[in-house]
Design a protein around this ligand. Structure first.
Ligand code: FNR
Length: 345
């Protein structure tokens, strides 16, 4: 596991190794206040103690109106900062850098008339209307950009090392990137990456150059060429790219036959080839140390995310780095929905 043990420099911080815990929301541990609870604290402390090289905390709402769930954690007001300070202190005790993923759900959230780049009807797989997205006015766009900037400022105040913008999986920033959703005629439609770039620029101005600001981006938004174009437009603006799926989910098949890793890792590989100096993360389906090491070597990514592997076994990092069995996660997605991680009250 020599490669996995290496540290990676992201801007001015060093990860502890090449295994990152990606953001994973845990509803039901907080309440409508969006404040951190002791259960959140225990959860992140366990994974920091368990050998994570970097932890990116779960999707955290930058405004109440942009929530995915009523009990989602938040950074939309100053009183929430105290809990984040406790989390940062707990994770830093183990020398693990700690970021938070900043999130606005847009039309994929709990609002029935939600913020969206353009008017858009979001339907479920049965064609039922799930939510209506309302085109944001230029003023509303500026307000939401500021919500992200203020949330990053609070994260910095709480002692976190950086933030990751949630720019994929169908949420607001992803909606701006995606040409099937964003039909705006103003500059935010002509340059679909501008929304994310303005947020990054605002964060840079507010938090300073030393604070890490990266983005989770869809490799397929909707096609790989779009994902690559978005990644290139973020070069020099974002400090890292965490590559996952876009609005269209995972129903893409571009990998060459026999490619041993996920579509998202294939996308990350293609993006890393074009941006060799940028830290790029790959994700999805890593179940053990050998696979993680191979993915880094073959795809050339800098960090490999292990999500469900850490939920099943918070000691995943230490176990694989020290050559022990890590207790395989079977990656049965439905099971995660019913697991104690999400539903233990
Ligand atoms: C997730 N995922 C996710 N992604 C994200 O960008 N923000 C989030 O808050 C969440 N929340 C979340 C919760 C739970 C319970 C799961 C299982 C997943 C996706 C996650 O970060 C990761 O991309 C996938 O789980 C695939 O990686 P693994 O699990 O195969 O290593």
């Amino acid at each position: 596991m020599d490669k996995l043990k290496e540290r990676v420099k992201i801007k001015n911080i060093w990860t502890k190794n090449r295994i990152a815990v990606p953001p994973m929301v845990c509803f039901h541990w907080s309440d409508d206040s969006g404040c951190v609870t002791d259960k959140n604290l225990q959860h992140y402390r366990d994974m920091a103690a368990g050998g994570a090289g970097l932890i990116i905390a779960e999707a955290t709402a930058v405004t109440k109106r942009g929530r995915l769930h009523e009990t989602q954690l938040g950074l939309w007001e100053d009183k929430q900062t105290e809990g984040w300070k406790r989390l940062a202190d707990a994770v830093h005790q183990y020398d693990v850098p700690f970021f938070v993923q900043l999130h606005h759900a847009g039309v994929s959230g709990i609002e029935k008339n939600a913020d969206c780049p353009s008017d858009y009807s979001f339907r479920d797989s049965n064609g039922e209307l799930r939510a209506r997205g309302c085109e944001m006015s230029p003023e509303r766009v500026r307000e939401v950009i500021d919500d992200f900037v203020q949330a990053a400022r609070r994260a910095k105040q709480a002692g976190l090392d950086g933030i990751e913008l949630h720019g994929c999986h169908s949420y607001l920033i992803c909606q701006f990137f995606n040409r099937n959703i964003n039909h705006r005629e103003d500059i935010y439609g002509q340059r679909r990456e501008k929304f994310a770039l303005d947020i990054l620029e605002g964060i840079r101005e507010s938090c300073g150059e030393g604070f890490v600001a990266g983005i989770r981006l869809g490799a397929f938004e909707p096609a790989l060429e779009d994902g690559i174009e978005h990644a290139l437009s973020l070069a020099g603006k974002a400090d890292f790219l965490d590559i996952s799926y876009g609005f269209g989910g995972e129903s893409i098949s571009l990998r060459p036959e026999g490619y041993p890793f996920s579509e998202a890792i294939y996308g990350a590989q293609e993006i890393k080839k074009r941006l060799p100096d940028m830290p790029v993360f790959g994700v999805d389906g890593i179940t053990d140390g050998e696979m993680a090491e191979k993915a880094i070597l073959q795809a050339g990514v800098d960090m490999i995310d292990v999500g469900r592997g850490f939920l099943v076994n918070p000691n995943f990092g230490n176990d694989v780095l020290e050559g022990r069995s890590c207790g395989k996660c079977l990656h049965c997605r439905p099971a995660c929905k019913w697991s104690p991680f999400l539903n233990d009250g």
